[in-house]
Design a binder for this molecule. Structure first.
Ligand SMILES: Cc1cc2nc3c(=O)[nH]c(=O)nc-3n(C[C@H](O)[C@H](O)[C@H](O)COP(=O)(O)OP(=O)(O)OC[C@H]3O[C@@H](n4cnc5c(N)ncnc54)[C@H](O)[C@@H]3O)c2cc1C
Length: 382
Protein backbone atom coordinates (compact mmCIF):
# COMPACT_ATOMS: atom_id res chain seq x y z
CA UNK A 1 0.00 0.00 0.00
CA UNK A 2 1.33 3.40 -0.97
CA UNK A 3 -0.13 6.39 0.91
CA UNK A 4 1.98 9.13 -0.68
CA UNK A 5 0.91 11.26 -3.63
CA UNK A 6 3.45 11.53 -6.45
CA UNK A 7 4.40 15.19 -7.13
CA UNK A 8 1.90 15.27 -10.04
CA UNK A 9 -0.85 13.80 -7.86
CA UNK A 10 -0.11 16.32 -5.09
CA UNK A 11 -0.36 19.23 -7.54
CA UNK A 12 -3.65 17.88 -8.89
CA UNK A 13 -4.98 17.41 -5.34
CA UNK A 14 -4.11 21.03 -4.49
CA UNK A 15 -5.89 22.29 -7.63
CA UNK A 16 -9.02 20.22 -6.93
CA UNK A 17 -9.09 21.17 -3.23
CA UNK A 18 -8.72 24.89 -3.97
CA UNK A 19 -11.55 24.86 -6.52
CA UNK A 20 -13.95 22.82 -4.39
CA UNK A 21 -13.22 24.92 -1.30
CA UNK A 22 -13.84 28.15 -3.21
CA UNK A 23 -17.15 26.94 -4.69
CA UNK A 24 -18.48 24.56 -1.99
CA UNK A 25 -21.47 26.74 -1.09
CA UNK A 26 -22.83 26.59 -4.65
CA UNK A 27 -23.77 22.90 -4.65
CA UNK A 28 -27.09 23.12 -2.81
CA UNK A 29 -28.95 25.54 -5.12
CA UNK A 30 -29.13 23.41 -8.28
CA UNK A 31 -27.50 19.96 -8.58
CA UNK A 32 -27.41 20.16 -12.41
CA UNK A 33 -25.73 23.57 -12.39
CA UNK A 34 -23.24 22.27 -9.78
CA UNK A 35 -22.27 19.34 -12.04
CA UNK A 36 -21.94 21.69 -15.05
CA UNK A 37 -19.68 23.99 -13.00
CA UNK A 38 -17.43 21.05 -12.06
CA UNK A 39 -17.45 19.74 -15.65
CA UNK A 40 -16.41 23.09 -17.07
CA UNK A 41 -13.56 23.15 -14.52
CA UNK A 42 -12.36 19.71 -15.77
CA UNK A 43 -13.37 17.65 -12.71
CA UNK A 44 -16.12 15.46 -14.23
CA UNK A 45 -15.34 12.56 -16.59
CA UNK A 46 -11.67 12.85 -15.64
CA UNK A 47 -10.77 9.43 -17.10
CA UNK A 48 -13.04 9.65 -20.16
CA UNK A 49 -11.28 10.11 -23.49
CA UNK A 50 -11.24 13.65 -24.89
CA UNK A 51 -13.37 12.65 -27.92
CA UNK A 52 -16.05 11.48 -25.44
CA UNK A 53 -16.07 14.89 -23.76
CA UNK A 54 -13.70 13.81 -20.98
CA UNK A 55 -10.30 14.96 -19.78
CA UNK A 56 -8.28 11.87 -20.79
CA UNK A 57 -6.82 11.77 -17.26
CA UNK A 58 -5.81 8.87 -14.99
CA UNK A 59 -8.00 6.81 -12.61
CA UNK A 60 -5.84 8.18 -9.79
CA UNK A 61 -6.79 11.75 -10.74
CA UNK A 62 -10.48 10.74 -10.60
CA UNK A 63 -9.92 9.04 -7.22
CA UNK A 64 -8.37 12.26 -5.89
CA UNK A 65 -11.44 14.24 -7.02
CA UNK A 66 -13.64 11.68 -5.20
CA UNK A 67 -11.52 11.87 -2.04
CA UNK A 68 -11.51 15.66 -1.93
CA UNK A 69 -15.28 15.74 -2.57
CA UNK A 70 -15.81 13.36 0.38
CA UNK A 71 -13.36 15.29 2.57
CA UNK A 72 -15.43 18.47 2.20
CA UNK A 73 -18.68 16.55 2.77
CA UNK A 74 -19.98 17.52 -0.69
CA UNK A 75 -22.78 15.37 -2.15
CA UNK A 76 -22.39 12.92 -5.03
CA UNK A 77 -23.09 14.36 -8.49
CA UNK A 78 -26.71 14.12 -9.66
CA UNK A 79 -25.84 12.18 -12.84
CA UNK A 80 -23.84 9.60 -10.91
CA UNK A 81 -25.39 6.58 -12.66
CA UNK A 82 -24.87 8.17 -16.06
CA UNK A 83 -21.23 8.94 -15.32
CA UNK A 84 -20.44 5.67 -13.52
CA UNK A 85 -22.33 3.20 -15.67
CA UNK A 86 -24.35 4.42 -18.69
CA UNK A 87 -21.68 6.67 -20.21
CA UNK A 88 -18.86 4.09 -20.02
CA UNK A 89 -21.19 1.59 -21.73
CA UNK A 90 -21.93 4.04 -24.58
CA UNK A 91 -18.18 4.75 -24.91
CA UNK A 92 -17.40 1.05 -25.45
CA UNK A 93 -20.47 -0.10 -27.41
CA UNK A 94 -22.10 3.03 -28.87
CA UNK A 95 -21.88 4.32 -32.46
CA UNK A 96 -19.96 7.53 -33.21
CA UNK A 97 -23.28 9.29 -33.67
CA UNK A 98 -24.54 8.14 -30.24
CA UNK A 99 -21.28 9.25 -28.60
CA UNK A 100 -21.52 12.67 -30.21
CA UNK A 101 -25.16 13.17 -29.25
CA UNK A 102 -25.02 11.88 -25.67
CA UNK A 103 -21.71 11.93 -23.86
CA UNK A 104 -20.79 15.57 -23.31
CA UNK A 105 -24.38 16.44 -22.39
CA UNK A 106 -24.34 13.57 -19.88
CA UNK A 107 -21.14 14.84 -18.24
CA UNK A 108 -22.57 18.38 -17.90
CA UNK A 109 -25.91 17.02 -16.55
CA UNK A 110 -27.68 18.64 -19.52
CA UNK A 111 -29.33 15.19 -19.78
CA UNK A 112 -29.82 12.83 -16.82
CA UNK A 113 -29.53 9.07 -17.28
CA UNK A 114 -30.77 5.91 -15.57
CA UNK A 115 -29.99 2.20 -15.71
CA UNK A 116 -32.97 -0.05 -16.60
CA UNK A 117 -31.79 -3.57 -15.74
CA UNK A 118 -33.62 -5.02 -12.68
CA UNK A 119 -37.13 -6.44 -12.97
CA UNK A 120 -39.59 -7.90 -10.46
CA UNK A 121 -38.30 -11.42 -11.25
CA UNK A 122 -34.72 -10.57 -12.28
CA UNK A 123 -32.26 -8.90 -9.92
CA UNK A 124 -29.28 -10.98 -8.83
CA UNK A 125 -30.25 -13.36 -11.64
CA UNK A 126 -30.32 -10.50 -14.15
CA UNK A 127 -30.17 -12.73 -17.24
CA UNK A 128 -33.66 -14.03 -16.37
CA UNK A 129 -35.21 -10.71 -17.40
CA UNK A 130 -38.43 -10.70 -19.46
CA UNK A 131 -38.88 -7.21 -20.96
CA UNK A 132 -39.31 -8.05 -24.67
CA UNK A 133 -37.99 -6.15 -27.67
CA UNK A 134 -39.33 -7.32 -31.05
CA UNK A 135 -38.58 -6.07 -34.55
CA UNK A 136 -41.30 -3.71 -35.84
CA UNK A 137 -40.93 -4.71 -39.52
CA UNK A 138 -39.55 -1.27 -40.49
CA UNK A 139 -36.04 -1.71 -39.17
CA UNK A 140 -36.89 -0.55 -35.62
CA UNK A 141 -37.97 -2.24 -32.37
CA UNK A 142 -41.00 -2.30 -30.05
CA UNK A 143 -40.47 -2.81 -26.32
CA UNK A 144 -42.97 -4.08 -23.74
CA UNK A 145 -42.29 -4.98 -20.11
CA UNK A 146 -41.48 -3.68 -16.64
CA UNK A 147 -38.36 -2.57 -14.78
CA UNK A 148 -38.10 -1.81 -11.06
CA UNK A 149 -35.80 -0.06 -8.54
CA UNK A 150 -34.71 2.32 -11.31
CA UNK A 151 -32.80 5.08 -9.56
CA UNK A 152 -33.49 8.57 -10.97
CA UNK A 153 -35.96 7.33 -13.66
CA UNK A 154 -38.40 10.08 -12.56
CA UNK A 155 -35.87 12.74 -13.62
CA UNK A 156 -34.02 10.92 -16.38
CA UNK A 157 -33.98 11.96 -20.04
CA UNK A 158 -32.39 8.69 -21.25
CA UNK A 159 -31.74 5.20 -19.95
CA UNK A 160 -29.79 2.12 -20.95
CA UNK A 161 -32.32 -0.66 -21.30
CA UNK A 162 -31.56 -4.38 -21.25
CA UNK A 163 -34.21 -6.44 -23.11
CA UNK A 164 -34.89 -9.98 -24.24
CA UNK A 165 -34.88 -10.31 -28.02
CA UNK A 166 -34.71 -14.13 -28.21
CA UNK A 167 -36.46 -16.43 -25.72
CA UNK A 168 -35.35 -19.69 -27.37
CA UNK A 169 -31.62 -19.60 -26.68
CA UNK A 170 -29.72 -19.91 -23.33
CA UNK A 171 -30.79 -16.90 -21.25
CA UNK A 172 -27.48 -15.01 -21.38
CA UNK A 173 -27.45 -15.14 -25.20
CA UNK A 174 -30.94 -13.78 -25.95
CA UNK A 175 -30.43 -10.20 -24.66
CA UNK A 176 -30.02 -6.87 -26.47
CA UNK A 177 -29.20 -3.41 -25.04
CA UNK A 178 -30.69 -0.08 -26.19
CA UNK A 179 -30.61 3.58 -25.31
CA UNK A 180 -34.21 4.57 -24.58
CA UNK A 181 -35.72 8.06 -24.60
CA UNK A 182 -37.48 8.25 -21.22
CA UNK A 183 -39.96 10.81 -22.60
CA UNK A 184 -41.06 8.53 -25.50
CA UNK A 185 -44.76 7.61 -25.78
CA UNK A 186 -45.51 4.40 -23.82
CA UNK A 187 -42.93 4.95 -21.04
CA UNK A 188 -44.59 5.33 -17.61
CA UNK A 189 -42.55 6.05 -14.48
CA UNK A 190 -44.07 5.43 -11.03
CA UNK A 191 -42.03 6.52 -8.02
CA UNK A 192 -41.58 4.06 -5.13
CA UNK A 193 -41.50 5.38 -1.58
CA UNK A 194 -38.57 4.39 0.61
CA UNK A 195 -38.74 3.93 4.37
CA UNK A 196 -37.18 7.36 4.99
CA UNK A 197 -40.13 8.91 3.11
CA UNK A 198 -38.09 9.92 0.05
CA UNK A 199 -38.50 8.61 -3.51
CA UNK A 200 -35.25 8.02 -5.36
CA UNK A 201 -36.18 4.95 -7.33
CA UNK A 202 -39.11 3.88 -9.47
CA UNK A 203 -41.10 1.28 -11.33
CA UNK A 204 -40.88 1.84 -15.09
CA UNK A 205 -43.42 0.40 -17.52
CA UNK A 206 -42.86 0.03 -21.28
CA UNK A 207 -46.01 -0.31 -23.34
CA UNK A 208 -45.15 -0.95 -27.00
CA UNK A 209 -42.42 1.71 -26.96
CA UNK A 210 -40.77 2.38 -30.33
CA UNK A 211 -36.95 2.39 -30.36
CA UNK A 212 -35.03 3.03 -33.60
CA UNK A 213 -32.34 0.50 -34.47
CA UNK A 214 -29.76 3.32 -34.35
CA UNK A 215 -30.29 3.32 -30.55
CA UNK A 216 -29.08 -0.27 -30.16
CA UNK A 217 -25.87 -0.69 -28.14
CA UNK A 218 -23.90 -3.66 -29.44
CA UNK A 219 -25.21 -6.46 -31.69
CA UNK A 220 -28.59 -8.18 -31.19
CA UNK A 221 -28.04 -11.09 -28.78
CA UNK A 222 -24.86 -9.51 -27.36
CA UNK A 223 -26.68 -7.64 -24.57
CA UNK A 224 -25.03 -9.68 -21.81
CA UNK A 225 -21.56 -8.65 -22.93
CA UNK A 226 -22.72 -5.02 -23.07
CA UNK A 227 -24.28 -5.35 -19.59
CA UNK A 228 -21.01 -6.73 -18.20
CA UNK A 229 -19.33 -3.47 -19.26
CA UNK A 230 -21.95 -1.60 -17.23
CA UNK A 231 -21.68 -3.90 -14.21
CA UNK A 232 -17.87 -3.82 -14.14
CA UNK A 233 -18.01 -0.03 -14.13
CA UNK A 234 -20.68 -0.12 -11.41
CA UNK A 235 -18.44 -2.13 -9.11
CA UNK A 236 -15.50 0.16 -9.81
CA UNK A 237 -17.56 3.27 -9.06
CA UNK A 238 -19.02 1.70 -5.89
CA UNK A 239 -15.51 0.80 -4.68
CA UNK A 240 -15.16 4.49 -3.82
CA UNK A 241 -11.38 4.53 -3.42
CA UNK A 242 -11.54 4.37 0.38
CA UNK A 243 -14.03 7.22 0.75
CA UNK A 244 -16.59 4.83 2.30
CA UNK A 245 -20.36 4.93 2.65
CA UNK A 246 -22.41 6.35 5.51
CA UNK A 247 -20.94 8.47 8.29
CA UNK A 248 -17.20 8.61 8.98
CA UNK A 249 -16.38 6.23 11.89
CA UNK A 250 -14.60 9.09 13.68
CA UNK A 251 -17.83 11.15 13.58
CA UNK A 252 -19.81 8.24 15.05
CA UNK A 253 -17.18 7.73 17.79
CA UNK A 254 -17.45 11.42 18.79
CA UNK A 255 -21.25 11.27 18.81
CA UNK A 256 -21.18 8.10 20.98
CA UNK A 257 -18.54 9.48 23.37
CA UNK A 258 -20.68 12.56 24.04
CA UNK A 259 -23.78 10.52 24.91
CA UNK A 260 -22.60 7.21 26.33
CA UNK A 261 -22.84 8.54 29.93
CA UNK A 262 -26.64 8.55 29.55
CA UNK A 263 -26.75 4.74 29.09
CA UNK A 264 -26.95 2.12 31.86
CA UNK A 265 -23.57 0.45 32.66
CA UNK A 266 -24.56 -2.73 30.80
CA UNK A 267 -25.59 -0.81 27.71
CA UNK A 268 -22.39 1.23 27.88
CA UNK A 269 -20.40 -2.02 27.59
CA UNK A 270 -22.52 -3.13 24.63
CA UNK A 271 -22.17 0.26 22.94
CA UNK A 272 -18.36 0.20 23.33
CA UNK A 273 -18.20 -3.32 21.87
CA UNK A 274 -20.39 -2.33 18.93
CA UNK A 275 -18.34 0.81 18.32
CA UNK A 276 -15.12 -1.24 18.34
CA UNK A 277 -16.49 -3.82 15.91
CA UNK A 278 -17.94 -1.22 13.55
CA UNK A 279 -14.79 0.90 13.69
CA UNK A 280 -12.51 -2.03 12.84
CA UNK A 281 -14.73 -3.11 9.92
CA UNK A 282 -14.84 0.49 8.63
CA UNK A 283 -11.05 0.69 8.75
CA UNK A 284 -10.89 -2.69 6.97
CA UNK A 285 -13.02 -1.27 4.16
CA UNK A 286 -11.02 1.96 4.07
CA UNK A 287 -7.66 0.17 3.77
CA UNK A 288 -9.05 -2.22 1.16
CA UNK A 289 -10.01 0.92 -0.77
CA UNK A 290 -6.49 2.33 -0.32
CA UNK A 291 -4.97 -0.95 -1.53
CA UNK A 292 -7.17 -0.71 -4.60
CA UNK A 293 -6.04 2.89 -5.13
CA UNK A 294 -2.38 1.85 -4.87
CA UNK A 295 -2.98 -0.71 -7.63
CA UNK A 296 -4.72 1.91 -9.77
CA UNK A 297 -1.90 4.39 -9.10
CA UNK A 298 0.59 1.79 -10.39
CA UNK A 299 -1.46 1.31 -13.56
CA UNK A 300 -3.13 -1.99 -12.57
CA UNK A 301 -6.85 -2.83 -12.56
CA UNK A 302 -8.63 -3.38 -9.23
CA UNK A 303 -9.33 -7.06 -8.55
CA UNK A 304 -12.28 -8.87 -6.94
CA UNK A 305 -11.22 -7.41 -3.56
CA UNK A 306 -13.52 -4.51 -4.49
CA UNK A 307 -16.33 -6.89 -3.44
CA UNK A 308 -14.79 -7.32 0.02
CA UNK A 309 -14.48 -3.54 0.41
CA UNK A 310 -18.13 -2.98 -0.45
CA UNK A 311 -19.24 -5.85 1.82
CA UNK A 312 -17.42 -4.69 4.95
CA UNK A 313 -18.02 -0.99 4.17
CA UNK A 314 -21.82 -1.34 4.06
CA UNK A 315 -21.87 -3.73 7.07
CA UNK A 316 -19.90 -1.37 9.29
CA UNK A 317 -21.82 1.71 8.07
CA UNK A 318 -25.08 -0.01 9.08
CA UNK A 319 -23.76 -1.11 12.49
CA UNK A 320 -22.44 2.37 13.24
CA UNK A 321 -25.67 4.10 12.17
CA UNK A 322 -27.69 1.70 14.41
CA UNK A 323 -25.39 2.51 17.32
CA UNK A 324 -25.57 6.26 16.71
CA UNK A 325 -29.39 6.10 16.88
CA UNK A 326 -29.37 3.84 19.95
CA UNK A 327 -27.20 6.13 22.10
CA UNK A 328 -29.67 8.95 21.49
CA UNK A 329 -31.89 7.12 24.02
CA UNK A 330 -35.31 8.69 24.47
CA UNK A 331 -34.44 11.38 21.94
CA UNK A 332 -34.19 8.73 19.19
CA UNK A 333 -37.96 8.55 18.72
CA UNK A 334 -38.15 12.21 17.76
CA UNK A 335 -34.60 12.88 16.65
CA UNK A 336 -35.10 12.38 12.90
CA UNK A 337 -32.19 13.92 11.08
CA UNK A 338 -28.97 12.48 9.81
CA UNK A 339 -28.62 9.34 11.91
CA UNK A 340 -32.11 8.00 11.42
CA UNK A 341 -31.96 8.84 7.74
CA UNK A 342 -28.72 6.84 7.43
CA UNK A 343 -30.25 3.96 9.37
CA UNK A 344 -33.12 3.87 6.86
CA UNK A 345 -31.01 4.30 3.70
CA UNK A 346 -28.07 1.98 4.38
CA UNK A 347 -29.89 -1.38 4.13
CA UNK A 348 -30.41 -0.60 0.44
CA UNK A 349 -26.64 -0.27 -0.01
CA UNK A 350 -26.32 -3.92 1.04
CA UNK A 351 -28.52 -4.85 -1.95
CA UNK A 352 -27.71 -2.35 -4.73
CA UNK A 353 -24.86 -3.19 -7.12
CA UNK A 354 -24.58 -6.81 -5.91
CA UNK A 355 -26.19 -7.97 -2.65
CA UNK A 356 -24.07 -9.06 0.33
CA UNK A 357 -24.82 -12.72 -0.42
CA UNK A 358 -23.87 -12.41 -4.08
CA UNK A 359 -20.64 -10.61 -3.13
CA UNK A 360 -19.83 -13.43 -0.68
CA UNK A 361 -20.23 -15.89 -3.56
CA UNK A 362 -17.77 -13.82 -5.63
CA UNK A 363 -15.25 -13.68 -2.76
CA UNK A 364 -15.65 -17.42 -2.12
CA UNK A 365 -15.17 -18.40 -5.74
CA UNK A 366 -12.76 -15.80 -7.14
CA UNK A 367 -10.70 -14.73 -4.13
CA UNK A 368 -10.66 -17.86 -1.94
CA UNK A 369 -10.90 -20.38 -4.81
CA UNK A 370 -13.77 -22.36 -3.22
CA UNK A 371 -15.92 -24.65 -5.40
CA UNK A 372 -18.55 -22.77 -7.46
CA UNK A 373 -22.17 -22.56 -6.28
CA UNK A 374 -24.46 -25.00 -8.14
CA UNK A 375 -26.14 -23.18 -11.07
CA UNK A 376 -28.71 -25.61 -12.40
CA UNK A 377 -30.28 -23.17 -14.88
CA UNK A 378 -27.00 -22.11 -16.50
CA UNK A 379 -27.38 -22.47 -20.26
CA UNK A 380 -31.20 -22.80 -20.10
CA UNK A 381 -33.55 -20.32 -21.83
CA UNK A 382 -35.20 -17.76 -19.48
C1 LIG B 1 -30.87 1.64 -3.48
C2 LIG B 1 -31.03 0.77 -4.70
C3 LIG B 1 -30.89 1.32 -5.96
C4 LIG B 1 -31.05 0.53 -7.10
N1 LIG B 1 -30.93 1.11 -8.33
C5 LIG B 1 -31.10 0.35 -9.45
C6 LIG B 1 -31.04 0.93 -10.75
O1 LIG B 1 -30.84 2.15 -10.89
N2 LIG B 1 -31.22 0.14 -11.84
C7 LIG B 1 -31.45 -1.20 -11.73
O2 LIG B 1 -31.58 -1.85 -12.75
N3 LIG B 1 -31.53 -1.79 -10.51
C8 LIG B 1 -31.38 -1.05 -9.37
N4 LIG B 1 -31.47 -1.63 -8.13
C9 LIG B 1 -31.83 -3.05 -8.04
C10 LIG B 1 -30.69 -3.95 -7.63
O3 LIG B 1 -29.77 -4.13 -8.67
C11 LIG B 1 -31.33 -5.28 -7.19
O4 LIG B 1 -32.13 -5.01 -6.06
C12 LIG B 1 -30.30 -6.31 -6.86
O5 LIG B 1 -29.64 -6.75 -8.01
C13 LIG B 1 -30.92 -7.53 -6.14
O6 LIG B 1 -31.95 -8.04 -6.89
P1 LIG B 1 -33.41 -8.30 -6.25
O7 LIG B 1 -33.82 -7.05 -5.51
O8 LIG B 1 -34.28 -8.80 -7.33
O9 LIG B 1 -33.20 -9.41 -5.15
P2 LIG B 1 -33.03 -10.98 -5.44
O10 LIG B 1 -31.99 -11.19 -6.49
O11 LIG B 1 -34.36 -11.60 -5.64
O12 LIG B 1 -32.42 -11.46 -4.07
C14 LIG B 1 -33.25 -11.77 -2.91
C15 LIG B 1 -32.34 -12.34 -1.84
O13 LIG B 1 -31.74 -13.57 -2.30
C16 LIG B 1 -30.31 -13.49 -2.22
N5 LIG B 1 -29.71 -14.19 -3.37
C17 LIG B 1 -30.01 -14.02 -4.68
N6 LIG B 1 -29.23 -14.81 -5.47
C18 LIG B 1 -28.39 -15.47 -4.63
C19 LIG B 1 -27.34 -16.42 -4.83
N7 LIG B 1 -26.99 -16.84 -6.07
N8 LIG B 1 -26.69 -16.89 -3.73
C20 LIG B 1 -27.05 -16.46 -2.47
N9 LIG B 1 -28.04 -15.57 -2.23
C21 LIG B 1 -28.70 -15.09 -3.28
C22 LIG B 1 -30.01 -12.01 -2.27
O14 LIG B 1 -28.76 -11.72 -1.67
C23 LIG B 1 -31.17 -11.42 -1.48
O15 LIG B 1 -30.94 -11.50 -0.10
C24 LIG B 1 -31.33 -0.86 -6.97
C25 LIG B 1 -31.47 -1.42 -5.69
C26 LIG B 1 -31.34 -0.61 -4.56
C27 LIG B 1 -31.51 -1.25 -3.22
Amino acid sequence: MDFDDTPDEAAWRAEVRAFLTAHRDEHAADPRAWQALLYDAGFVGVTWPADAGGRGGTPMQQAIVDQETARLGLPALINLIGIGMCGPTVIVHGSDDQKRRYLKRLLRADDLWCQLFSEPAAGSDLAALRTRAVRDGNGGWRVTGQKVWTTLAHLADYGILLTRTNADVPKHRGLTMFVVDMKAPGVTVRPLRQMNGESHFNEVFFDDVAIPDTERLGEPGQGWTVALTTLMNERLSLGGGGTGVGAKPETVARHVAERIGGLSPDRQVLARQQLGRGYVAALGARYTGYRQLSRISHGELPGPEASAGKLSGTRSARDLADLAVRVLGEDAAVAGGTWQNLQAVLPGMAIAGGSDQVLRNIIGERVLGLPAEPRVDKGAPA
